[in-house]
Design a protein around this ligand. Structure first.
Ligand code: GLY
Length: 354
């Protein structure tokens, strides 16, 4: 069993990673939660596969669980769903001092976490992530949010869970495209922070052989994320480096109205394109884009798209999160090291298209 501690003073918590840990979830929760009532918030996909199992596991540990299920899909990460989730939590008799479990992928973690951070002015919650992307990224670090009609994740907060329980066995039911997409975020950690980890992933034969070591791989990603979040919980500086490939990636996702690529695939293209650009601008060591290409290809992730940079720049400029008019571009100086370039909105064209 792999255990990590994320040190945020009174908001500190543990991350447990182990194959099969899901079956013993009650034992881990009982380390800190002594009351009986628990509400599990999940989506229809996860519920149909694992909902009953989770409730049974909790009952076997003496808990009295209830379940709130909402329709799966990013399009449901909105205020309508949130209102229904609040109402169901209240109607099921859950009180402020009880526990909420966010059980699912990134959408569930974000929405259920945001519900936990706001209902009754905040109740304790834990994360049990079920996708690779959620296991290596979104379940750790306390970012919770919902989308609005004006953009994604525009309303949210930083609200740390009390514990994260990661069972790689749950990935067995995930479709391969989703696993490959999660690998894009895994590769990101190597690219921005750990050259050795990057080479380890590069030397793997294929996705299958990486999946054999997935426990170790998830642990390294969570370790890196924990280190970054411990330094910059509120995303005011260092945490930005987690957005390597994301500024371009988000624009690509948006250009295709979130239909052509998964988040991970768009980030994959974003990481390759920004590295090419970094080399062109003399920021990134020559040859690094070749390595990025090789590793992304190994995991059968896309690296290019025909959309032109000019169109993406227009989308980036209109990003509602870009309130200060400054965009942060995360370049690699070399694999394992980054350089953040702040570019004013009106300068983007000159700086990136030269
Ligand atoms: N997913 C990026 C972050 O947690 O900051």
């Amino acid at each position: 069993m792999e255990k990590l501690h994320i040190n945020l003073d009174e908001k500190s918590y543990d991350i447990f990673i182990e194959r099969g840990i899901f079956e013993e979830v009650g034992k881990y929760i009982s380390k800190f939660y002594k009351k009986k009532k628990i509400v599990v918030v999940t989506d229809t996909n996860v519920d149909s596969l694992y909902g009953d199992m989770l409730l049974k596991n909790l009952e076997n540990s003496g808990y009295v669980p209830s379940k709130v299920v909402f329709d799966a899909g990013e399009e449901n990460k909105n205020f309508d769903t949130l209102t229904k989730v609040y109402e169901k939590i209240i109607d099921s008799g859950i009180k402020r001092g009880d526990l909420l479990i966010a059980f699912g992928g990134g959408v569930v973690g974000d929405l259920a976490g945001f519900a936990a951070s706001t209902i009754y002015r905040g109740m304790d919650f834990i994360q049990i992530p079920t996708t690779l992307l959620a296991q290596v990224d979104s379940s750790v670090g306390g970012k919770v949010a919902v989308d609005t009609t004006r953009g994604k994740n525009l309303v949210g907060s930083f609200y740390q869970p009390k514990m994260v329980i990661i069972d790689p066995e749950l990935l067995k039911t995930l479709d391969e495209r989703e696993v490959r997409s999660g690998m894009a975020e895994v590769i990101k950690y190597g690219a921005i922070y750990d050259n050795e980890f990057f080479n380890y992933l590069l030397e793997k034969e294929d996705l299958k052989s990486s999946m054999e070591d997935i426990e170790k791989i998830i642990k390294r990603c969570c370790e890196i994320k924990a280190k970054i979040v411990e330094v910059d919980e509120l995303d005011l500086g260092l945490r930005m480096i987690l957005n390597f490939g994301h500024t371009l990636g988000h624009a690509i996702e948006k250009y295709y109205d979130y239909t052509k690529y998964t988040h991970g695939e768009a980030i994959s293209i974003g990481m390759y394109e920004i590295t090419i650009l970094g080399e062109k601008l003399g920021i990134t060591k020559t040859g690094e884009s070749k390595k990025i290409k090789e590793i992304l290809k190994k995991y059968e992730l896309p690296i290019e798209d025909k959309v032109n940079l000019g169109d993406l720049i227009e989308i980036m400029k209109s990003d509602k999160k870009n309130i200060s008019g400054i965009l942060n571009f995360i370049f690699l100086s070399e694999i394992g090291k980054v350089e953040v370039k702040k570019v004013a909105e009106e300068e983007i064209g000159n700086k990136l298209l030269k």
